[in-house]
Design a protein around this ligand. Structure first.
Ligand code: AMP
Ligand code: ZN
Length: 140
C-alpha cells in the first residue's frame, strides 16, 4: 500500500503511510491511518487518511467509505478527551485550501479560540438562488 503499491513516491502522506517519512501516528487499521498535523491549527489537530492514494473524496472507491467513516468516528471519540468541540473537515481543491493531494480528513479540536472558517459576514440565501442550486445539486 502507499508509495510502493501506488507509485506515489512524491506524496508526503503515502510516505508517512509506508513509514519513509516521520509522523506522529495516533490510529491505524488495515485501510486508514491518523497522525498529528505538523502545523496544527490547534492542539491535537490531526489528519485521517485512507492508505489508498486518491486525490479527493470523489476518487475514493465506495468500498472504502464505511471503513473510513468508522476510523473518523473512532478518532473523534479519542479527541473528545481533549475537547468535545471540534471541526471535522475536508478541503477539496486548491481554491478550498487543499495543499496535499492525498485525501485527508482534518479533526481540529476547539477550545474557545473562535472558528475562522465561519468568520465572514453571511447573507441570507436568496430564493432564486435556492431554486437554481436545488436544480443543480439534486440532479444525479
Ligand atoms: P490541506 O490544506 O487540507 O491539504 O491540509 C494539509 C495538511 O497537511 C496541513 O494542515 C499541513 O499542516 C499538513 N501537513 C503537511 N505535511 C505534513 C507532514 N509531513 N506531517 C503532518 N502533517 C503535514
Ligand atoms: Zn498519497
Amino acid at each position: 500500500m502507499g508509495a510502493a503499491a501506488g507509485g506515489q513516491n512524491a506524496c508526503i502522506f503515502c510516505r508517512i503511510i509506508d513509514r519513509s517519512a516521520a509522523s506522529t501516528i495516533v490510529y491505524e487499521d488495515a485501510e486508514n491511518l491518523a497522525f498529528l498535523d505538523l502545523f496544527p491549527v490547534t492542539r491535537g489537530h490531526l489528519l485521517i487518511v485512507p492508505k489508498l492514494h486518491v486525490d479527493r473524496l470523489v476518487d475514493l472507491p465506495e468500498s472504502a467509505y464505511e471503513g473510513l467513516f468508522k476510523a473518523i468516528a473512532t478518532v473523534c471519540r479519542r479527541v473528545e478527551g481533549l475537547s468535545t468541540h471540534y471541526n471535522v473537515s475536508m478541503n477539496q481543491g486548491e481554491l478550498a485550501g487543499q495543499i496535499v493531494f492525498h485525501l485527508h480528513v482534518h479533526v481540529i479540536p476547539r477550545y474557545g479560540e473562535g472558528t475562522p472558517q465561519w468568520s465572514r459576514p453571511r447573507e441570507r440565501l436568496r430564493e432564486e438562488d435556492a431554486a437554481q442550486l436545488s436544480a443543480l445539486l439534486r440532479a444525479s
